[in-house]
Design a protein around this ligand. Structure first.
Ligand code: SF4
Length: 343
């Protein structure tokens, strides 16, 4: 049975938990990890799977029903299917998904499916190998496509492709990516480039907006029909005349904080209430000090009840908008990085 949801100061329920299982990544995407060097979380502070399971149980007691495994890149965490199995056995978790860059997915798709994973989202920003290398600093484009095809063959409940659209970088690939998504049976979601921690190269002029994306698609496909649905999901969905559906996540120009039921647990057990939050709540410390589930539940409930975060909406009001956090600050506090708190 689903527990009654706890609500924050704006009445938003605690429903959706993003679990970052590692801060490490095997790519260096321009919009997330553009620097040469990073400060990593100390290994002894990374939660083991039993600890993750204990915290997830507490979140389920408090009304969470959906979890998404993120990173860094979640598939670089050893034995990830073991964690998937542990979580998939929890009947109150009605939705268990992963967001991956796809590099290791070709080998992982079958074990993940067998372990009980429901849904897969793969980041795919380009169909061009040379551009992929320029964007990520790795020559792994073919592996990503193989990963997507392996996931498609496994028939997960859904397969999505996430594309961060950057002006002058990959905005000319919106239509080819839509075609590719249709070919492999995946819904493409176009994401506006965000000025979150880690995006140190962001500038307002590099944002290819929701309006721009819709215009590019309508030029080729004619009328684009919004799909009406009640959902706290960040993507607005649309349908083309030929039946193709796609999504847009307009985090930068039209944020959706009003319906945000997401919080994020970092690999070292810090709980963040917003992608833009300056600080999180330490759950690892109390957990390792022997706190009971009731005590952990109290900490979480109080944190959520006081939640006032609406980071992306607040950014809208800023004139001369620039990257949220500078490189030096990120080095001193890697928890501010998007790759630490799971994008
Ligand atoms: S900016 Fe924060 S509050 Fe707004 S949608 Fe993103 S995570 Fe939720």
């Amino acid at each position: 049975m689903t527990a009654a949801a706890h609500t924050d100061t704006f009445g938003r329920p605690l429903r959706n938990l993003r679990l970052s299982v590692t801060d490490r990544c095997n790519l260096r995407c321009q919009y997330c990890m553009p620097e040469r060097d990073y400060v990593w979380l100390p290994r002894q502070q990374i939660l083991n799977y039993e600890e993750v399971g204990t915290l997830v149980d507490v979140f389920l007691d408090l009304g969470v029903t959906k979890a998404r495994l993120t990173g860094g890149e979640p598939l670089v965490r050893r034995d990830l299917p073991e964690l998937v199995r542990l979580l998939a056995e929890k009947p109150r978790l009605s939705d268990l998904a992963i967001t991956t860059n796809g590099v290791l997915l070709a080998d992982a798709a079958v074990p993940l499916r067998k372990a009980g994973l429901h849904r897969v989202t793969v980041s795919l920003d380009t169909l061009r190998p040379d551009r992929f290398q320029a964007l990520t600093r790795f020559d792994d484009h073919a592996r990503v496509l193989a990963g997507i095809e392996a996931a498609a063959a496994e028939k997960f409940q859904s397969l999505k492709l996430d594309t961060v659209v950057m002006r002058g970088v990959n905005d000319d690939e919106i239509l080819p990516l839509l075609d590719y998504g249709r070919k492999v049976g995946a819904e493409v979601r176009f994401i506006e480039y965000m000025d979150v921690g880690g995006a140190t190269r962001w500038s307002p002029t590099s944002v290819f907006s929701r309006v721009d994306i819709l215009a590019a698609i309508a030029r080729r496909h004619g009328p684009v029909t919004p799909i009406a649905e009640r959902s706290s999901a960040p993507a607005e969905r649309f349908r083309l005349a030929d039946g193709t559906t796609f999504g847009i996540i307009a985090s930068t120009t039209a944020p959706f904080c009003g319906a945000c039921d997401r919080s994020r647990l970092t690999a070292d057990g810090q709980w963040y209430l917003c992608l833009y939050a300056a600080r999180g709540l330490d759950l690892r410390g109390p957990l390792r000090a022997g706190a009971s589930k009731d005590e952990l539940a109290r900490l979480i409930t109080e944190g959520w009840r006081e939640r006032t975060d609406r980071g992306a909406e607040e950014r809208l009001g800023i004139r001369n908008r620039a990257p949220l956090v500078g490189v030096e600050t990120l080095r001193k506090n890697p928890h501010l990085e998007m790759h630490t708190r799971g994008g």
